[in-house]
Design a protein around this ligand. Structure first.
Ligand code: MN
Length: 136
C-alpha cells in the first residue's frame, strides 16, 4: 500500500441541496459514512435564518447541537429552542424541521440510522409565517 493510499481523506464540506432549504444556505460535512453500521453522521451548519423543509426520516434521526442557536419543531407542536449540548431524538416518520435562529448560525450533528431504507422524505418549505411563529 502506498503512503498516499494510507492517508485518510479530509471530509469535504458541501452545500446542502438548496431545494430542501429556505432562508439561506446550509453546509454539510459527512463525518461517518453508512458502512458498516447503516448509520451516517453529518455535521450540518445553517446560516442565520436558514431552515430545512418539513420532512421525516424512515428510521428516525438524532440531532446533537454543537454551536449557535436554532429550532426544532414537530408538526402540530411548539418549536423547541436549541443550544449547544441539546439533543433531539426523532421517531421514524415524524414530520419536523430544524434550522437556525434568525440572528445566529446553528450547527448540529445529524445522526441518521437505517439509511439503507432512505435518509429523508422531503415536504414543503417552512414558510416565513411558520418560521416567525417558531420564534414567538
Ligand atoms: Mn430531520
Amino acid at each position: 500500500m502506498s503512503e498516499q493510499a494510507k492517508t485518510p481523506a479530509i471530509p469535504a464540506t458541501k452545500q446542502a441541496p438548496a431545494e430542501y432549504f429556505t432562508g439561506g444556505t446550509a453546509w454539510v460535512t459527512m463525518v461517518v459514512e453508512g458502512n458498516p453500521t447503516d448509520c451516517t453522521v453529518g455535521d450540518v451548519t445553517f446560516e442565520p435564518g436558514t431552515r430545512n423543509n418539513w420532512h421525516s426520516h424512515p428510521s428516525g434521526q438524532i440531532l446533537v447541537v454543537t454551536a449557535g442557536v436554532g429550532y426544532y419543531q414537530e408538526q402540530g407542536q411548539p418549536a423547541r429552542l436549541l443550544r449547544p449540548g441539546d439533543a433531539v431524538s426523532i421517531a421514524p416518520g415524524v414530520v419536523h424541521w430544524h434550522g437556525a435562529s434568525a440572528t445566529s448560525i446553528f450547527t448540529h450533528y445529524a445522526i441518521n440510522p437505517g439509511v439503507s431504507k432512505g435518509v429523508a422524505d422531503w415536504g414543503a418549505p417552512v414558510t416565513d409565517e411558520e418560521y416567525q411563529a417558531a420564534q414567538a
